[in-house]
Design a protein around this ligand. Structure first.
Ligand SMILES: *[C@@H]1O[C@H](CO)[C@@H](O)[C@H](O)[C@H]1NC(C)=O
Length: 122
């Protein structure tokens, strides 16, 4: 999974695959959290935490991720005083979901097989 995240092409293809599976929000959330953790200014962190919450976490968010009620509540509490770790557990949950669920299917998918063939031809 790590390899795909750090190869831009692979990432784009995985994103495309998740889109066909209607679960790209998982990857986008994970990536948003990675960016979030790099923020050093408190003000920026507060803004970014709210944005992630609105986009991915809250009920009826445009890209609502699949997390349980308790986790959602915990995040809501966390972002009232944001820290670089505010989304840690949620991010781990989503990573686990992608790894166990989406990634094995991705490796078997036509889209990935096509990518493999392409790279073998180069
Ligand atoms: C909430 O924040 C704490 C650290 O402040 C972190 O350890 C925990 O994983 C966060 N919860 C979620 C759901 O990400």
């Amino acid at each position: 999974l790590v390899i795909v995240f750090f190869q831009t092409t692979g990432q784009l293809v995985f994103e495309e695959f998740l889109r066909t599976e209607y679960s790209e929000e998982n990857l986008l959330f994970w990536l948003a959290c990675e960016d979030y953790k790099k923020i050093t200014s408190d003000t920026e962190m507060t803004v970014a935490a709210k944005r992630i919450y609105t986009e991915f976490v809250q009920v009826d968010a445009p890209r609502q991720i699949n997390i349980d009620f308790v986790t959602r509540e915990e995040i809501a509490e966390n972002i009232s005083q944001p820290s670089p770790n505010s989304f840690d557990r949620a991010q781990r949950l989503i990573y686990g979901l992608m790894e166990n669920n989406c990634y094995p299917r991705f490796l078997k998918s036509e889209i990935y097989q096509a990518l493999l063939e392409q790279s073998e031809q180069q």
